[in-house]
Design a binder for this molecule. Structure first.
Ligand SMILES: Cc1ncc(COP(=O)(O)O)c(C=O)c1O
Length: 391
């Protein structure tokens, strides 16, 4: 009964979530609940989730290694693809070593508690992803939150902490729900000034930012030895799994202490081999990134031209702020009627009062897809503006 009451309350507040079923690969046009629609909803930024070379790598690995790894990495689940992927990741991110996890979520929840504990202090950006916040909670370190991207506030919080406390500063590179970038050079400077460790989650930057797709570190020209970098293989790299890159000593330490690495079965070799193929494509095929940024500009300018209020995004994530969850759901549903799928993102994924449509574009969308989507956005905006005036 209690569950029903809770669900009823979520419905009343327009915050209840429901699953939609996709019966196709995650391409620009998907079959959603049985209907073909243009999707502007996936993090498959470079189209690698269904790239033939990535698929073949997975199939070959299944033939050679089977579908499951059979044990945790430290028992007998550490197969050749796991080892090779970590070597490739470290080279790609220009660090000494890398360690992979089952997901970005488990990387974040497993790594943070190894870096700080109950006596220590974390200062995290207000818009950090739930997996980072959960990692902070598990660590039991005292958690302070600085206003989004506000380095003056961060500095004030760092000044206030007890000087002896080990301190971790946490940020994302590209913020997942806002699409803007962290001021990384200043964060690195503050971390050095206050002898803190900077932890960067570059889930949405990897493959997308920087000339070679190495992420926000490359974009800002930062030395990777200045921080600890976490990420996921599940966005631009199109597969599944989390990772951390850094010094050999750090990686050895995490391999020995991170519970979400130690106490779980090694990821399936097929996905590991697929991720490795995806990284190779990111490094060898810069045309995809060029096309992604071209498409991003087309859609961004189009949405602004129609009169939508976007965040200060600097990435292929183009959120339209609507504040009211009811309005976000209503516009998302109306767009779907016109064959465009854009999800409504509501609290607790984003702060209260900042519900939005999270529009994402990939290298695989054509100009025609983008133009069709823009026409639908324009029609829906006119319909709803009209409705607001007559209400
Ligand atoms: C910033 C950020 N970190 C971590 C994750 C979790 O990654 P994964 O989906 O691989 O668990 C996500 C997305 O889900 C994310 O946006």
């Amino acid at each position: 009964m209690m569950f029903e009451d809770e669900l009823h309350e979520l419905t009343r507040q327009h915050l209840r979530r429901q699953l939609k079923t996709v019966d196709s690969a995650t391409e620009p046009v998907i079959t959603l609940d049985g209907k073909p629609v243009i999707q502007l909803a996936s993090n498959n930024y470079l189209g690698l989730a269904n790239h033939t070379v990535v698929e073949s790598a997975a199939i070959e690995a299944i033939r050679h290694y089977g579908v499951g790894s059979g044990a945790s990495r430290l028992i007998s689940g550490n197969q050749t693809p796991h080892q090779e992927l970590e070597t490739t990741l470290a080279q790609f991110k220009t660090t000494e070593a890398a360690l992979t996890f089952g997901s970005g979520y488990s990387a974040n929840t497993g790594i943070i508690p190894t870096l700080v504990g109950p006596q220590d202090c974390i200062v995290a950006d207000r818009l950090c992803h739930a997996s980072l916040i959960d990692g902070c909670r598990i660590s039991q370190a005292s958690l302070r939150v600085f206003h989004h991207n506000d380095t003056t506030h961060l500095k004030q919080l760092l000044e206030k902490r007890a000087g002896t406390q080990k301190t971790l500063i946490i940020t994302e590179g590209v913020f997942s729900m806002d699409g803007d970038l962290a001021p990384l050079p200043e964060l690195v400077r503050l971390a050095n000034e206050f002898q803190a460790t900077l932890l960067l989650d570059d889930a949405h930057g990897t493959g997308v930012m920087g000339q070679n797709g190495r992420g926000c570190i490359e974009h800002f020209g930062i030395d990777p030895n200045e921080l600890v970098q976490i990420g996921t293989l599940s966005k631009a790299l199109g597969t599944i799994g989390g990772y951390v890159v850094g010094s050999r000593t750090l990686i050895d330490y995490l391999m020995n202490t991170s519970r979400s690495f130690i106490y779980t079965t090694a990821p399936p070799p097929s996905m590991v081999a697929a991720a490795q193929a995806a990284i190779n494509i990111v490094q060898s095929d810069s045309d995809r990134r060029t096309q992604l940024w071209h498409n991003r500009e087309h859609l961004y300018q189009g949405l602004k031209g129609i009169g939508f209020q976007l965040t200060t995004t600097q990435s292929p994530i183009l959120p339209i702020i609507l504040n009211d969850p009811k309005r976000a759901v209503e516009i998302s549903a109306r767009l779907l009627e016109y064959g465009i799928y854009v999800p409504a993102i509501r609290p607790p994924t984003v702060p209260k009062g900042t519900s939005r449509l999270r529009v994402t574009v990939t290298s695989e969308h054509t100009s025609a897809h983008i133009e069709t989507a823009l026409r639908a956005f324009e029609t829906v905006k006119k319909e709803l503006d009209l409705k607001n005036k007559t209400e």
